[in-house]
Design a protein around this ligand. Sequence first.
Ligand SMILES: [Mg+2]
Length: 440
Amino acid sequence: MTSRFVSLDTYDVRFPTSQHLDGSDAMNPDPDYSAAYVVLRTDSTEVGEGTEGHGFAFTIGRGNEVQTAAIHALRPYLVGRLVKEVLDDLGGLWRELVHDSQLRWLGPEKGVMHMAISAVVNALWDLKAKRAGLPLWQLLGSMTPEELVDLVDFRYLTDALTREEALEILRAGAQGRAERIATLLEQGYPGYATSPGWLGYADEKLRRLCREAVDEGFTQIKLKVGADLEDDLRRMRIAREVCGPDVRIAVDANQRWDVGTAVEWVRALAPYQPWWVEEPTSPDDVVGHAEIARRIAPIPVATGEHVQNRVVFKQLLQLDAVSFVQLDAARVAGVNENIAILLLAAKFGVPVCPHAGGVGLCELVQHLSMFDYVAVSRSMDDRVIEYVDHLHEHFTDPVQLRGGRYLAPLAPGFSSTMRAESRARYAYPDGPIWNPTNTP
Ligand SMILES: [Mg+2]
């Protein structure tokens, strides 16, 4: 009970994914999927109790050292403090970190510093879930409505969602939880496949990967678009041919367009029935998203992976600018802020389909979607978790899919622990992958 945090250690870990164009899209042609990784260590020696919390911010290569340094700047908030005190009031700790009077200047509540808080907050949730002996989704699903709203900072939200309204949503969500947990354990949660549609893949590879996704049981795939309209039309035609009329094909422009271009481009793709249009323009342009949504209706707009905080999500929902909320586990400030976003989406009746194109993001977001189903929206209708099929082997509790559905993770924690060997092998710039003269 008296154990304390003894260290906050950071690691710059990078995977050379750009060599095979995995992850390539119209704005990010050569990503090296990376993690600014953090391990919170405690002096706890009690048997069966978690002693470490693991978390990370996802980046795509250059700048990962900046992200790692930002995480390190949060060290004074934890080292030396009582573990139990911190974990018993993660709402309080979130406010301390986010509202630090000096660090706040670097945002506020956006960008590198906010993502650093995400890594640390998520590592704390990993530790809390490990100590509870539960996977995170189930730990959150076992908390009372009052405990859950205490995690949320309602500052800037109350014109759209009050604490009382959030409590009502969660009280309704408390009914039938046991049945929904049973459903989840039995059937899993639907996923969709992004891997077929990376922009850098040749047509033959696209064709093969679409076929494989459908054969595996996925009912939705996604194509990257936005670099060249003729290419997009050809690739959409191929995907539609291979997948047939019943598989949903979402398209993702990764912020490539201005508002007018987005409207024209999407109208040109309309004959192939895109299920949603993702990130059509700047993630900060709330009014632009609303305008696009209005002009391409009934084709829906989706966004979220670069939405920097709950306030922007609030505005997107208030203006009917999005039909799908794509929260990201590690861009906003971790689990707490994502609970706020799940509640906002529930209030507006908009499905949450998390972003997971990255390293370790599938592992994280599955917990948030499953918690949403158990305790917030209570629905899987039109809800899917993105799935990319690489780099899972580097995690100790990798996602498992069957028939295109995520199986509910059962191991205690947030599934955020990267294997120590991987952390060492892909360490930048001195790990053996990056500097072959260094052998482990
Ligand atoms: Mg995307």
